[in-house]
Design a binder for this molecule. Structure first.
Ligand code: PAF
Length: 294
């Protein structure tokens, strides 16, 4: 496994692989602090592609001024060891100046889809995500890129960007990896103490409660949302930021769930830590062997 720090070296390595013409490149973008959720994306890439590239880059452009950019966990030695065990071929770990050189002034914005949900709570967040993902896709030019369903809106926004700007890469979205308690794996779980970690299971419990009501026939969004709110309110360490039910593809806000899959997503503060989670109600996605939603 080679660790690459320079953008130009990454471009040359990827270009050389493409030139050989017989190997596909799978790409997993990350911000490091790797956990089993990231590794499931790496396994997905490993199963589908000949060469696997993982980027480790804490992207300043996607953090707001009062967010945790400085505190975000960074440990490239540990991350590289985990990636080597997964037979990753290249780790791209650039410094901030490699990605955003002096005078950097081009940003990518996906209008509409970026504006609600996480976009409303974290202004500028998706502009930072789409800019860095566009850059990474241009540097590596992978055949396939892999994202997690945990960041459902991110995956939808990136798919739109890839379509609109004609990136020559397929996008796979793999299922959310969860602890046994149901807690969605996230690098930000590292901020939680033991009590908070128990409290944080309220996100998935609330979503599962909504799924159970949906399974019993409830289709009114207001009722399902009310149930989630009351479950979150019952947890003393939790403070709801938002809960929303939207069309799972277009993110259009819904009053009733009809015949299309609906995304129910929420963000909750557990103490000072903001966590997100989601599930899809009325799923009809076709999944491939790796569990990817095509
Ligand atoms: O999901 C993440 O970890 C980040 O948003 C990504 C896609 C690596 C871009 O920085």
């Amino acid at each position: 496994m080679e660790i690459i720090n320079l953008r130009q070296r990454m471009i040359s390595v990827a270009r050389e692989i493409r030139r050989e013409g017989n190997r596909t490149i799978g790409f997993v973008p990350t911000m490091g602090a790797l956990h089993a959720g990231h590794l499931s994306l790496v396994h997905g890439a490993r199963a589908k592609c000949d060469v696997v590239v993982v980027s480790v880059f804490v992207n300043p452009a996607q953090f707001g001024p009062r967010e945790d950019f400085a505190a975000y966990p960074r440990d490239l030695t540990r991350d590289s060891a985990l990636l080597a065990e997964c037979n990753v071929d290249y780790v791209f770990a650039p410094a901030v100046e490699e990605i955003y050189p002096k005078n950097f002034s081009t940003y990518v914005t996906v209008e509409g889809l970026s504006e609600g949900l996480e976009g409303a709570s974290r202004p500028g967040h998706f502009r930072g995500v789409t800019t860095v993902v566009a850059l990474l896709l241009n540097i590596i030019r992978p055949d396939f890129a892999f994202f997690g369903q945990k960041d459902a809106q991110q995956a939808i926004v990136i798919k739109q960007m890839v379509r609109d700007l004609a990136f020559d890469s397929g996008v796979f979205v793999l299922p959310t990896a969860r602890a046994e308690s149901g807690l969605a794996l996230s690098s930000r779980n590292d901020y939680l103490d033991e009590k908070e970690r128990r409290a944080a299971t309220v996100l998935y419990r609330s979503l599962s409660g909504a799924a159970a009501e949906y399974d019993k026939g409830e289709r009114k969004v207001a009722r399902l949302i009310e149930g989630v709110k009351s479950r979150v309110d019952a947890e003393p360490l939790a403070r709801l930021d938002y809960v929303s039910i939207n069309d799972a593809e277009t993110l259009e806000q819904l009053d009733r769930i009809e015949d299309r899959p609906a995304l129910i997503s929420l963000a909750v503060f557990i103490g000072k830590t903001r966590l997100i989670d989601n599930i899809v109600l009325g799923k009809t996605e076709k999944q491939d062997a790796a569990g990817a939603i095509a």
